[in-house]
Ligand binder design. Structure first.
Ligand code: SF4
Length: 255
């Protein structure tokens, strides 16, 4: 994966909303959506993040505005601060998502260094397919949300070794780790079992999130409940601490 020459990145948008996935579901936090992604997952709901536009959106209480791409880390941190709702009083959390933010590890690291010094917590939502890039910013990440991509969702590719290495690195740096597996109707039990067996050495230190696909775009069919229940059993039989969660923000109709 190509690395950025400096701590800058193209963005799609900056906004505050309700976290809809993983252990922080329901918590208000800031989101910084990076533009650019080398993957094309079947369940992707952000195809607008694949390529960078000349400008990106900043949503704030006073209305939306546009800023030029790419943006420096210091300016992105300013925008995260200034778009924060005045009523928000909890520990500020910024989720750097995408697209694929690990295309820009120096940018992630620089924002983390700036905002964590002010008491913020940095979440990284990533496909976790570049362990070297993650190592470059891991010391500025408080929470890793790593997608474990089943091959049925990415044209048969297998990134298990990179997924595992990113999780190990995050744990070694003291971060909390959610591993999210999106289950589509096409997933094979054998693929899920293979993923669980590879994750087994970390199972007591991570939270496994099983996420039934939200029908949209390329994935129009929901996961049958019987297959979801079978998947939960496969994980629990292997000793994983498991949460089964849909994308709550879609149900709440927030970004
Ligand atoms: S890694 Fe994320 S942004 Fe990229 S295609 Fe997959 S779901 Fe979409």
């Amino acid at each position: 994966m190509a690395k950025e020459p400096s701590a800058r990145a193209p963005l799609v948008e900056v906004f505050w909303s309700i976290q809809g996935e993983g252990r922080f579901v329901g918590e208000t936090m800031g989101f910084l959506r990076v533009a650019t992604c080398p993957l094309r997952c079947s369940y992707c709901d952000t195809p607008n993040s694949y390529t960078a536009e000349p400008t990106f959106l900043v949503h704030a209480a006073g209305g939306s505005s546009r800023e030029p791409n790419p943006v420096g880390a210091a300016r992105a941190a300013d925008l995260a601060r200034s778009s924060r709702p005045a009523t928000h009083r909890a520990t500020p959390r910024l989720s750097i998502t995408g697209g694929e933010p690990l295309v820009f590890p120096s940018f992630v690291s620089a924002i983390g260094a700036t905002l964590r010094a002010e008491g913020w917590r940095i979440h990284l939502e990533t496909a976790a397919i570049d362990s070297a890039a993650f190592l470059a910013c891991a010391d500025q990440v408080d929470h890793l949300s790593a997608d474990w991509k089943l091959p049925e969702t990415i044209d048969g590719a297998d990134h298990g070794d990179s997924h595992f290495a990113c999780c190990e690195t995050a744990l070694a740096h003291g971060a909390t780790v959610d591993v999210k597996i999106v289950l589509t109707p096409a997933f094979a039990d054998a693929s899920l079992v293979r993923a669980l067996e590879r994750l087994a050495p970390l199972r007591e230190r991570i939270l496994l999130i099983l996420q039934p696909v939200t029908p949209a775009l390329r994935e129009q069919e929901p996961l049958p409940a019987s297959r979801l229940i079978a998947a939960i059993a496969l994980a629990e039989q292997r000793g994983f601490i498991t949460r089964t969660l849909p994308q709550a923000h879609k149900m709440l109709r927030v970004p």
